[in-house]
Write a protein that binds this ligand. Structure first.
Ligand SMILES: [Zn+2]
Length: 106
């Protein structure tokens, strides 16, 4: 069901694939053409809900580690999933006054 471009709605209508904003993230879903009900892809929603829980619990923290001469930061799994980051991906540091941001290359 989750990889289909269209799914059947409980109303008997057909729901077509669409993308929408969910807590600031673009997620995939299906919108019924008949009753307008929206179904969001749980695979896209779950990491965002986990990430929001970590933020709410003030648990989105990490310790600086050391590997050789470099310092390392671990990226929590829900954060990586919400931002679609993968092992081996190259990211940029964006330097700001209060700290730095890690940004995926476009
Ligand atoms: Zn419907």
């Amino acid at each position: 069901m989750l990889d289909k471009k269209q799914i059947e709605c409980a109303c008997g209508g057909r729901a077509g694939e669409f993308f929408t904003d969910f807590h600031g993230f673009k997620v995939r879903g299906w919108k019924c053409r008949k009753c307008r009900e929206e179904f969001l892809d749980p695979r896209g929603v779950a990491p965002i809900l986990k990430l929001n829980k970590l933020i709410k619990e003030n648990a989105l923290k990490t310790k600086i580690g050391v590997v050789g001469n470099s310092m390392t930061l671990r990226i929590p799994k829900p954060l990586a999933e919400a931002y679609n980051l993968h092992k081996g991906e190259v990211v940029d540091y964006v330097l700001e006054k209060e700290g730095f941001m890690v940004k995926a290359e476009a």
